[in-house]
Design a protein. Sequence first.
Length: 500
Amino acid sequence: MDIKVRAGKLSAQKNDAIVIGLFEGEKKLSGEIAEIDRSLGGALSQSIKQGRLTGKTGESEIFHSFGNLSANLMLVVGLGKRDELTLDKLRSAVAGLCRTLRQNQALSIAIQPLEASVGVKNPSENAQAITEGALLGLYTFRRHITKKPEYGDFKEIILVCRADDVTATKKGVDKGKILAEAANLARDMANEPSNYMTPADITEIAQDIASQHKLDLTILERDEMAKLGMGGVLSVSQGSCKEPKFIILGYKGRTAQTVDLALVGKGVTFDSGGISLKPSEGMGDMKGDMAGAASVIAAMSAIAQLKPKLNVTAVVAAVENMPSGCAYKPGDVVKTMNGKTIEVITTDAEGRITLADALSYVNARIKAKNIVDVATLTGACVVALGHVASAIFTNKQELADKVLTAGKKAGELSWQMPMFEEYKEQNKSDVADIKNTGGRPGGAITAAQFLVEFAGDTPWVHMDIAGVDLSDKEHGYTVKGATGIPVRTLIILAMDMARK
């Protein structure tokens, strides 16, 4: 789909449809909207007068032009109260209107991202939000469906603006496309069936991104992991016939060798639970247990294009967790790269065991100044926060604040959870340094307390995305299936850190 910027009048655009924003409670039309209404014989003002169109958030109405406009259709979208409009609400409104127009076979549209039209003052930010909303909201995953889709693909979106705003609007479109396409890449990866997204497949995607964007790439194989003492990754993977891969993807935005930010993603391409087998119901969703890995790899593709002045490295331990005669077992003791030993209470708490080696590698070899890990780690997180927000844990409040701020900008909600020392008691083992689960009470917190043992003193944030990585319905710019959260948060975090 092409997204273009054009100076001129909205009413003159020869698209399938033009889009107008309407604020709640504003009944008097002015400017070009009033001109368009007159061209349609007052149809819009009549609908407002009769109370069918109120401007409430999510409301929309389609009008046929009957040849009175260059476009065949006009869609009016409700933006809610003027003083309550945010970029995220705009992003969601655009996603919804694009899906509505797709259902009406209007696959080429023009929209006006001006303050008078949408209420947000910065034309670049407007354009970015509109672009993200359209690309995220129209996303579909049909790679394995042979039946022809019910609706056609969107062809074109024209952002119509004043001549003075063309440069800023184009800048917003370009940035919005990079962020949305990165999120959609993560969606693609997490939506793939696990037989199409093995550790080797993740590696191929990382190789493609490295080649396309000139990133540094190192792939460690089983023998190399063994030499480094990565008993965590190797133990989790040993029940599968799929070879584990340890992926290091690096971006250099400044000449110094120091890595400013390490992004660590959980990369369990399928989690059966291992010997501690999961119930069969819902097990198919465990193809998405590598959503953290997909997020950090996809974020790197965008960071490489946006070129912030900082050095960022992504690290992923990609494995399958399967039961077999070779699988690791409850009661086993596993030795990790930093020398700490883990008592395996359940093989279904495998993600943190792989992350133990990944975090140890970051501290020992990369020596990053800051670490953010992303993982679909615990069901306890879903119990605590539902399907609305990611859980944030940290050993350094300054870094947590940056992540939370980036999430607000992205519209990807997060909530900080406690890290009280008292929770560590639950992780104590009688036969090893630490257990891989502290039990059900406070399960998301004790999992984070496990990870901090391997993050050490390095400023670190853990994002548990178990409740938000997948959606069972369409709402706003979130579609059914993988959400791509928190890709845009990670990108914005990197950009913000580069400006400080």
